[in-house]
Design a protein around this ligand. Structure first.
Ligand code: PLP
Length: 401
């Protein structure tokens, strides 16, 4: 179908949850390059919003999906599933311990984490249900994940929100201290806020939250849906801070494009769920676990993450050079291949995204006018240089206009 035919069908039959989308229809990809139905090519610095961690047509991932699809796509969790057990072991080892529950998305992983934290205290006779989360956070679109999301604009039309959430000013440790009450069960945090505009938690803040949780007997939940699976140059972004969360949530990059989410809980929290507590028809099925196994094995191979981190440094250095050259670039943030470039309010980030698209580069805009760069982890140095020189030309054009 042509792009125009698809747009027409979409307008007639698909709910308009995504507004007027970018008028591009991708047909296939190779490495970090995407091809569209009109014969154009794009270098991808968006990766399906931090999902396609191994890019397109990765031989190991494709082979794993193909081989599993030929044998068994799905079977119920009433039975044992080899790929699920293997993936759980790998994730647990990478997390230095814990047990895993599988679901299908980031929102679902966070829902499960919230349920787990509440049941943990219920089992101990303490009726604590309150979860502290951060303002400007993003935890997903299901009702509890939305209630955890500290952004009123997403919640407003859907009130009443499920109760039991309190919002903290991000990077303000005193606010966290003052908000803890007898009802508090857990603190749920992104160590780098992704949708919020690639805002990094300071070391003092993130470590301070862990210390507070230990002091007060609370559970620390780290939402690694966007930051996890190598995105920041380490398998889990919490590793940059030297902390040990009780619960970690994953999705996005875990399946490299096949939907899968996961919750890893360690210590006493690992045995909180029992038969009947939680479940999912599709969660952890053979296809998604085989894909995630191939992704996890690949990114934990010797040297893979070091290379991704190195490429992240190259991109960040280049973005910082642009900041020196153009006064309307306010700040460059993030680490690994999760980077943000905040622009002055006078320059429309969305316009820059459109100009980059015209030049054959995919990026997007998050939070307060922040360009976001989350390419496949296999992006090459040459592709990074190409993006940087395109951005230089775009910024030059904007300065002259
Ligand atoms: C940190 C974080 N948590 C949760 C989610 C929700 O994930 P999903 O869209 O897979 O439900 C997102 C999505 O952007 C996210 O960035």
């Amino acid at each position: 179908m042509t792009l125009q035919e698809t747009i027409l069908l979409d307008q007639m039959y698909h709910m308009n949850t995504f507004g007027s989308r970018t008028p591009v229809q991708f047909t296939h990809g190779k490495g970090s390059v995407l091809y569209d139905s009109e014969g154009r090519t794009y270098i991808d610095f968006l990766a399906g919003i931090a999902v396609n961690s191994l890019g397109y047509g990765h031989p190991k991932l494709t082979a794993a999906i193909k081989s599993q699809a030929e044998r068994l796509l799905h079977c119920s969790n009433l039975f044992y599933i080899e790929a699920q057990a293997k993936l759980a072991k790998l994730l647990s080892q990478a997390n230095k311990g814990g047990k895993v529950f599988f679901c299908n998305s980031g929102a679902e992983a966070n829902e499960a984490a919230i349920k787990l934290a509440r049941k943990y205290f219920y089992d101990r006779g303490a009726h604590k249900g309150e979860i502290l989360t951060a303002l400007n956070s993003f935890h997903g679109r299901t009702l509890a994940a939305l209630a955890a999301t500290g952004q009123e604009k997403y919640q407003k039309p859907f009130s009443p929100m499920p109760g039991g959430f309190k919002y903290l000013t991000y990077n303000d440790l005193n606010a966290a201290k003052e908000s803890i009450s007898d009802e508090t069960a857990a603190i749920m945090i992104e160590v780098i806020q992704g949708e919020g505009g690639v805002i990094q938690g300071t070391e003092e803040y993130i470590r301070g939250l862990e210390a507070l949780c230990r002091e007060k007997g609370l559970l620390l939940i780290v939402d690694e849906v966007q930051t996890g699976m190598g995105r920041t140059g380490k398998l889990f972004a919490y590793e940059h801070y030297g902390i040990e969360p009780d619960i970690v949530t994953l999705a996005k990059g875990l399946g490299g494009g096949i939907p899968i989410g996961a919750v890893i809980a360690r210590g006493a929290a690992a045995d909180t769920f029992e038969p009947g507590s939680h479940g999912s028809t599709f969660g952890g099925n053979p296809l998604s676990c085989s894909a995630a196994l191939a992704v996890t094995e690949t990114i934990t191979e010797n040297g893979f993450l070091d290379k991704a981190a190195e490429k992240g440094r190259l991109l960040k250095d280049g973005l910082n050079k642009l900041k020196e050259e153009f006064a309307f670039v306010k700040e460059v943030r993030g680490c690994g291949l999760m980077l943000g470039m905040e622009l002055d309010q006078g320059i429309q980030g969305k316009k820059v995204v459109g100009m980059a698209l015209e030049k054959g580069f995919l990026i997007n805009c998050a939070g307060q006018n922040t360009l976001r760069f989350v390419p496949p982890l296999i992006i090459t140095e040459m592709e990074i240089q190409q993006l940087l020189s395109a951005l230089q030309q775009i910024f030059q054009q904007i300065s002259l206009s």
